[in-house]
Ligand binder design. Sequence first.
Ligand SMILES: Cc1ncc(COP(=O)(O)O)c(C=O)c1O
Length: 383
Amino acid sequence: MSYFSQRALNIQPTGVRKMFDMAGDDVISFGLGEPDFQPPPIAIEAFHQAMLDGKNKYTTTAGLPSLRKKIAEDWESYQSGMDENNVCITMSGTNALLNVFMTTVDPGKNVLIPEPYFPLYGPDVGLCGGEDRYYPCKFENEFVPSISDLENLVDQNTVAILYNFPSNPTGGTLNAKQRDDLLEFAKKHDLWIISDEVYDKITFDEEHVSFLGCDYDKIIIVGSFSKTYCMTGWRIGYLLSTNLEAMKQLIKIQYYITACSNDAMQHAVLKTMEEAGDFPAMVSEKFKIRRDLIVRRLNAIEGVECHSPKGAIYVFPKVTVPGMNSEELALELLKDGVLCSPGTAFGKSGEGHLRFAYTIGEEDISKGMDILESTLNRLRNEA
Ligand SMILES: Cc1ncc(COP(=O)(O)O)c(C=O)c1O
């Protein structure tokens, strides 16, 4: 009989992928959080050119110093004085997250994680032998946690708290006061703040509020180019911290995960930042138009209630049909040609919600909303 580790046997596929794998090609897909735009042309040209120029080798573990320096400069409005020593390039935000948990979590320790959540956090903590403890981000509070809920969960074995704003799946964001309260909580309990800010440049109406630049030396930022530069398939992200001891530990661990990131790609991303630095803002403008459309359409449907998120690429409306749970509802929608994710793919408290990624054109968003409306009417009449 084949032997597999408990680690492998225990871990489960995510609910987002489950629905996606069941969907045919002809559905209107609000399923995966993947921008439909291509990266800027300069990125593709520079990638090709870098390979022609022989950039096909290992780089240093932390990545090309020039790219790391550029990333540090990119965050300068939040925190001045950083340089390449404050950045480690990773092969995606996903890689960065595993790295940061491997660096901060031991068996017997626990990490506070938002719920509804991006589905990698908890399993990643579990892979490190730690306990994932979930704090609620409630609809009533625009998906921002309350300090009293956090106080109820923290104990002497809590080593870190993960914050994710703008959030996947809720689109929730913070204002400066809320950020400061969350900062004070972490400081009070001497926790690492792991701040997943991969949607930092996809914000609407208000500027991004970062944990970087706060007066606390236990902050690690998780970054990615996947969404902001529409490079999900390239797999490039990074870790950033003003704490150089943390950087040293993170870089050590990175060696054992991927040794380093892709050489030509790092050159291409540097060129892209230099020459197409306005690309994320352009993409954000387009997402904002879609956000306005989907929120307006959702709120016009009976039994649906939706916030207007100020960031990321998702809405997480409350959708109620008597006698049906969110997974059953998502399956009914799939039968009618719309793929979305049941709220429970992001934790139990997602029950009663659906997640729509507005990563398709406006015409398809409108068609998808027409289908949602007629499916909900049909289900209510049948109930
Ligand atoms: C909140 C959040 N963090 C991290 C990631 C990982 O991004 P990537 O691995 O593509 O860089 C994602 C991807 O969907 C995400 O939504």
